[in-house]
Design a protein around this ligand. Structure first.
Ligand code: ATP
Length: 414
């Protein structure tokens, strides 16, 4: 390990089928380049000799199939080489998927079953490397010219957009090791919490909406259909030892599904575990990154609107009305998918609001979102709200419907 190594240039020679595992230091970025041989980061090949800049705290591995020399410049939290990795089993999965894609492509497009490429769902406990495996499978597929769809159901540590969302996006090129998933028009549904238990019903409804939308987009798009999808999930299986049982449990549940294969894969020793605090921090950074870019290279616009220009809703009914506030005989009912209008007041300060494509409140649940705004000021007297919006201009010109993101509030942006 090169723990706390000084900021000097250092060369690392990697033997075939080994990897260099790196955690960039907390304060400064790390420069790295491939000097000779071939190497990849989570499925994406490194260009020869070009310096790449990795932002602070990024954790990644440079893997080589045939041997490589890597040059690093900068301080790392840790860096070490490992020659035991599950990469061969991962690439074998890719090879099988690739065969299925080719078969789907060769099938008559009107045979909706045969022309559907593989749909992979990656499940496992938190910190088992699900996102990383998803990423490799997508990048390897894209390298071969496929356009697989990435579906990220992880509302806590998702990699498409800010936390609290489920999202999907086509992957047309190997994923950039620094920039991550490209953000061109992802399909995003807003849930507003970082864990599903806050409103399981709403989570299920949104997953259904997203899948329906992808299904519609797939119809008539033979290329996307044949390429299939990779679905990342969250570490939803809690409890020590459960991971051992997950595979047999799934096999049992799915035994009557002839078209589903359950494949058990090993966790990579390089996957870095993250505790609750680190996860919370990571969520804040994701929100910051949405507005300011990975290395503070974006400048969000500050906008001012009248209270009357903005309609804010909360999904799930919010805090329940006390029994005393209800008509006599009425039971307090919490409809998990109820859409409730919210008065604009100082409670909205420093919250992230999702901007919906919905035209009417009753379309909110079934509508995807255009993007997010961050409330920076509420002027009660003048009835004005000031908010940040991303500079990429992806939001509808007049923010019509926004809704509240409860526990993914953007405190990081204050
Ligand atoms: P969660 O369920 O919490 O989202 P996960 O199972 O998706 O976690 P990943 O996000 O894939 O786990 O991995 C956790 C962290 O470990 C990430 O920062 C990732 O970049 C890092 N990581 C994964 N594999 C390696 C490796 N081989 N070497 C170094 N770092 C790695």
């Amino acid at each position: 390990g090169g723990s706390g190594s000084a900021s000097t240039i250092k060369q690392v020679k990697l033997e075939r089928e080994s990897e260099l595992r790196i955690e960039v230091g907390n304060d400064a970025p790390l420069r790295l380049r491939l000097l000779n041989g071939t190497a990849e980061i989570f499925g994406t090949e490194l260009p020869p000799e070009i310096w790449l800049n990795f932002p602070p705290r990024l954790k990644f591995a440079v893997f080589t199939w045939f041997g490589a020399t890597i040059e690093m410049d900068g301080a790392t939290e840790t860096d070490y080489t490992a020659d035991e990795t599950p990469m061969v089993s991962y690439v074998n999965v890719h090879a099988i998927l690739d065969g299925r894609r080719s078969r789907a492509k060769a099938s008559p497009p009107d045979d909706s079953d045969a022309s559907q490429g593989p749909r992979v769902i990656v499940v496992g406990p938190t910190d088992s490397g699900k996102s990383t495996l998803s990423r490799m499978l997508l990048s390897w597929a894209a390298k071969q010219g496929w356009k697989p769809t990435f579906v990220d159901l992880d509302i806590g540590q998702g990699s498409i957009t800010i936390p609290g969302c489920i999202a999907a996006t086509p992957i047309e090129m190997p994923i950039d090791p620094v920039e991550g998933i490209p953000l061109e028009m992802p399909l995003v549904y807003f849930y507003g919490h970082a864990t599903p238990s806050n409103n399981v019903e709403l989570y299920k409804v949104l997953v259904k909406e997203l899948s329906g939308m992808i299904e519609r987009q797939f119809t008539g798009n033979t290329e996307s259909r044949a390429s299939g999808m990779v679905i990342n999930t969250m570490g939803w299986i809690e409890g020590v030892g459960y991971d051992e049982k997950l595979c047999s449990m799934l096999k049992d549940v799915l035994k009557s599904e002839p078209k589903v294969d359950v494949v058990k894969l090993q966790r990579s020793g390089g996957v870095v575990s993250r505790n609750a605090k680190v996860r919370q921090k990571a969520r804040s950074y994701r929100i910051r990154e949405y507005f300011y870019g990975l290395s503070n290279d974006l400048s969000p616009h500050s906008n001012i609107a009248n209270f009357s220009d903005l309609f804010v809703y909360r999904v799930g009914g919010g805090p329940q009305a006390p029994r005393s506030a209800l008509p006599i005989g009425a039971e307090p009912a919490a409809d998990p998918t109820r859409v409730v209008p919210v008065n604009i007041n100082r409670d909205l300060l420093h919250l992230v609001l999702a901007v919906s494509f919905a035209k009417e409140p009753d379309e909110i649940i079934s509508s995807n979102v255009a993007g997010f705004i961050f409330v920076t000021d509420i002027d009660i007297q003048r009835k004005k709200i000031t908010y940040l919006a991303p500079s990429s201009g992806e939001l509808p010109s007049n923010v019509q419907t926004a809704f509240i993101c409860d526990d993914v509030a953007g405190k990081c942006l204050k």
